[in-house]
Each structure stands twice: as structure tokens, then as C-alpha cells.
Design a protein around this ligand. Structure first.
Ligand SMILES: [Zn+2]
Length: 418
């Protein structure tokens, strides 16, 4: 009888209380190029993620704020553009005075956990701000990453709302697809029109990208690189599918789940391999999926957005602020390897500004999605917005400290020159 009374008292108090804040999960994926992942489309190399996307909002024109990991991840964690946080080179760290999403949620009672694979995450660049659990590895395969996450989830207090952030290294180079796709490249779209490199161009590729056939013969056909990257996507799809099932089994069925790329990858579309050095669609256009509880609002969102809106979206999901508006100019930038490039998108028009020379190149992405035919006259509103971004300085400047020698060496091996 006493037991029954206690049960009813508990149930009544739960009915009277406001609904608990939702659990929040962000799965960020390295080097995740939207037009090759083709999530939700016929022939996608990612059937599991496509099945997940059927119950999610699919942002079909999402830009990474920067074309490489560090500035992009700082934007994903703070909501600031690359110019606003200023962490645009490998030796820079986020200013501790900037309030990150994890800090906001931690103050609101959330348990905050980060698990990420990339040497940059081990370099104390400020990404750890606000995470009560912050685990980073320079390399770890996705299966092992999942085991680490599961161990932490099994040990957590389920009564507290959770922010879980998982960053997968697949499909970053070197292209070594997860089993069972390793060494099983298949013909893929775009390879018939992909160029062939000459030996000098091959020699200039970062070591991370160079493919060789038996006998150390260099692979010069760019189509073969596309096949290898797509095999990586197939492997990443298995890993991400396993993670999503595992999260559901651990009580996160009703979590708000975000899947997002940190940037894309170039395959010589504009004379470059890899990422970090240009602002073309192949490095900026990334998948962004938001699965709301019960599959609410599932469907395509065609409005261009920056993935830097993820923190505002999650603060909204946690009941902390109104939903962010999706209109206006979307911005991106890079200062990698001494460049100073800024890009903006308004509707279908895109503009790239070289802030050092003042050169402006604009494209109509609806008529010219491959960015081959620059427009004669850019949209003045867009040009003003990109110039303002180029002139912007961080409110809270980043601090500089050299990368530790091992991290520097690891980054160079991955094709960066920090
Ligand atoms: Zn990255």
C-alpha cells in the first residue's frame, strides 16, 4: 500500500511538471561532401543514413562556415562565423570568454560529452569548453569510437538531460574504407568526366591523398579517387548506422539528433585536391540532417543555411531561446596557408572574395552548379555582406600558441600545412 501511494504521488508530480528538456545528439562527420553522399537520393552510397534521413529535416543547401576542421568545428560549437571567432589557423585557440553551446547547456543542467577523432581535437584549441567529458584521439576507428561512447552512456545519470557530441574521422583521407568495403571500390558517377593528372600534379598532392597501384605506380585518374572516397562513404554509412541504432537502444530514441559534415573534399574540380584552400561547393556544401522527436518536420529544407546555426537550433530545442530565422546571407571563409578568402550565398547567387587582392567571382548556382561561368555583375547586397565579413575582426580575439610537434606532424601527414 505504501508502495502504491508512493507510485501515485510520483506519477502526479511528473504530470504537473514541465516536459523535461530533450536529449541532444550531434554527430559531426569529417570531410563529408553532400553531392557525393546524396543522402535520400536513389543510388546513394549511404542507405542507412538515407533511411534515417526519411524521418529528419534535410537541409539541402547547407554550407560549412569554413573548408577545414578547426574553424568549422569552432563555428559548430559556438554558432559564430569563422571571421567572428577568428580561429582560422592551426596555432590559434578559441577565446575562453566566448560562450559555447556546451557551456550554455551545462549551465542549464545538461550533462555534456564530447568524443572526437582528429589530431586537432587533442591540441587544446578551446573546443573542450563546457564539456564535462571531453575525449579526443588523433586516430581511432569508428567502431572503437562507438564502444567508448557506449561505455560513457551506460555510466551516465539518465535523469539529467544529455548533450552528446560524436565526431567521426571517416571518410577523411587516407582513403581506407571500413570493412567490408575496403579494396572494393565500385564504378561511380562523375568518373567518366574526371580528369587525369600528370606526374607533377600527382607529386604535389599531400601524401594522405596519393593512391598507388601495386609496384608503387601512381594512380593518375581522378575517377579512381572518387571511387575510393565513395567506398569510404559506404563504410562510414555502416558506422553511423550502427551508432544510431546503439543510441536508440540506450534510451535516446526521442533525442534531437543532428548529423552534419565539417566540410567537403575537392577532387580537382577547380585544380585542387583535399580541403582548406578554396571555397567552392565541393568543400562547403555538406549534409545537415536534424531528426526531431517522433520524426516531426521531416522533409527537405531548400533555404541556404550555415551549419553555424546548429547551436542556435539546439538552444531552441532545449527551450532556451526562440527558433533561429533562416533568411539572409550565408557566410564562409578560410585563411589556411596564407589565403584570405571569404564567400557568401544569397538565394542562388554565390560570391567569393579574395580579401587580399579584392578580386570578386560570382556564380549563379541554379544555372551553373559546377561554378564554371562567373557572372559579369554580382548582386550588390551580397557583395556588401561579403566585404563586411572580410573586414570583420573577432570580438574576442583567439590566442596563439604553436602546435605541439607531434600534432603538427600528424596534421602535415593529413595534407594540412598549418
Ligand atoms: Zn575536417
Amino acid at each position: 500500500m505504501i508502495v502504491a501511494l508512493a507510485f501515485f504521488a510520483c506519477a502526479a508530480s511528473e504530470r504537473a511538471a514541465a516536459p523535461p528538456p530533450p536529449d541532444l545528439v550531434v554527430v559531426s562527420v569529417e570531410t563529408f561532401r553532400a553531392d557525393r553522399a546524396r543522402i535520400g537520393q536513389a543510388g546513394s552510397p549511404m542507405p542507412r543514413l538515407s533511411a534515417f534521413a526519411a524521418s529528419a529535416q534535410r537541409y539541402e543547401a547547407a554550407w560549412s562556415p569554413a573548408p577545414w576542421t578547426l574553424p568549422s568545428m569552432v563555428s559548430l560549437l559556438t554558432g559564430l562565423s569563422a571571421a567572428e571567432h577568428g580561429v582560422t589557423r592551426g596555432e590559434l585557440s578559441l577565446n575562453p570568454e566566448v560562450e559555447t553551446l556546451a557551456e550554455t547547456l551545462q549551465a542549464a543542467g545538461y550533462e555534456t560529452m564530447f568524443f572526437g577523432v582528429n589530431s586537432l581535437f587533442t591540441a587544446s584549441r578551446g573546443l573542450e569548453q563546457g564539456f564535462s567529458t571531453y575525449r579526443a584521439w588523433p586516430s581511432l576507428n569508428g567502431n572503437d569510437l562507438q564502444r567508448e561512447i557506449e561505455r560513457a552512456l551506460d555510466a551516465r545519470d539518465p535523469k539529467r538531460p544529455l548533450l552528446l557530441w560524436a565526431h567521426y574521422f571517416e571518410p577523411h583521407c587516407p582513403y581506407e574504407a571500413a570493412q567490408p568495403f575496403r579494396g572494393r571500390e565500385e564504378p561511380t558517377w562523375g568518373e567518366e568526366t574526371a580528369p587525369t593528372l600528370d606526374q607533377a600534379q600527382f607529386d604535389q598532392l599531400g601524401r594522405c591523398f596519393q593512391l598507388t597501384d601495386p609496384g608503387e605506380l601512381p594512380v593518375l585518374q581522378v575517377g579512381r579517387y572518387l571511387r575510393e572516397y565513395d567506398a569510404e562513404l559506404r563504410g562510414a554509412d555502416l558506422l553511423l548506422g550502427d551508432l544510431l541504432v546503439s543510441l536508440e537502444r540506450r534510451g535516446l530514441k526521442d533525442a534531437v539528433i543532428v548529423v552534419v559534415g565539417d566540410h567537403g573534399e575537392s577532387f580537382w574540380e577547380h585544380g585542387d585536391f583535399g580541403h582548406g584552400r578554396t571555397l567552392y561547393e565541393e568543400v562547403l556544401h555538406v549534409p545537415l540532417l536534424v531528426r526531431w522527436p517522433g520524426g516531426a518536420e521531416a522533409g527537405a529544407v531548400t533555404t541556404p543555411v550555415s551549419t553555424a546555426m546548429v547551436p542556435a537550433l539546439l538552444r531552441h530545442a532545449a527551450g532556451l531561446e526562440p527558433r533561429p530565422a533562416l533568411d539572409g546571407v550565408v557566410l564562409a571563409g578560410t585563411d589556411d596557408e596564407g589565403r584570405a578568402l571569404r564567400a557568401g550565398r544569397l538565394g542562388d547567387q554565390k560570391l567569393i572574395l579574395d580579401a587580399r587582392t579584392g578580386a570578386v567571382t560570382a556564380f549563379d548556382l541554379a544555372a551553373d552548379p559546377n561554378e564554371r561561368a562567373p557572372l559579369a555583375a554580382p548582386d550588390p547586397t551580397l557583395l556588401d555582406a561579403v566585404r563586411a565579413e572580410a573586414a570583420r575582426r573577432p570580438t574576442h580575439p583567439p590566442s596563439a600558441s604553436p602546435l605541439a610537434a607531434p600534432v603538427d606532424a600528424q596534421l602535415r601527414a593529413l595534407g594540412y600545412k598549418p
